[in-house]
Design a protein around this ligand. Sequence first.
Ligand code: 7PM
Length: 272
Amino acid sequence: MEIGLLKLPPGPVVMGIINMTPDSFYDGGKLPTVEEAVARGEQILREGAAIIDIGGESTRPGAEKVSVQQELDRVIPVIEILSKRIAIPISIDTSNPEVMHAAVQAGAKIINDVRALTKPGAMLTAAKLRVPVCLMHMQNDPDTMQIRPSYHDVVSEVLQYLEQRIAACVAGGIDTKKIIIDPGFGFGKNLQHNLSLLRSLSLFKNLHHPLLVGISNKSMIGQILDVGVEQRVAGSVAAAVIAVSKGADIIRAHDVRATVDALKVFSAVVNS
Ligand code: 7PM
């Protein structure tokens, strides 16, 4: 797949996650060190990911607010080291223009924004940086999004939002070929909303942009299985396979090897 000038391997690919936050699903409670994060990045690479996503802001409801400086301190040293050591592109999970700019200077190749470039200055900064951007749908903000998510028709409302954000970003100078879209599983959605979006995921292909899906370890899987976050691997992999069967191009995942293996089985069947 090609996203602007960025080349990715053919077929659906996995985006591995490095959470530089104290509430990462992996390092319960403590902030990973730069060394730990770099080691995690090298592991993600070995396990077959095509992209590494690095974020320093927790978007969990009730998470402590981090300043721009804190976010920079968390992610920039890791991006500087990893971008020199590994061949796959790094994406920066941020909504702040200062972080976008510094991350791309440090070697990041993709901007992944759960707020779809709605913060002041974010769209202009992304346009000037000329890197691919992922626009994600979220209802309300991280603190309030899970209080009472409500839609008349979740699928058409998320589609309409992404259509509007694509149009705004193109008008704002972003190359349409560099826009990735994401329905934002779990971001202002209850279980029924998430299931409706996954069931109807193929409709997002009508927007004609690469489609990214992040379901890995989310509460959607926890609710279906009634298990904690450490027991969601198989459920997450199942959801990833369903997503690619409906046209997802990029799967954002914590358990990279398991997800890569599942997508290889999927692709073998499709290409046979
Ligand atoms: C706490 C709560 C920690 C939620 C981490 C999370 C997505 C994303 C995230 C997604 C895109 C997580 C989320 N989720 N970016 N960033 N799509 N594009 O589960 O679904 O990792 S953060």
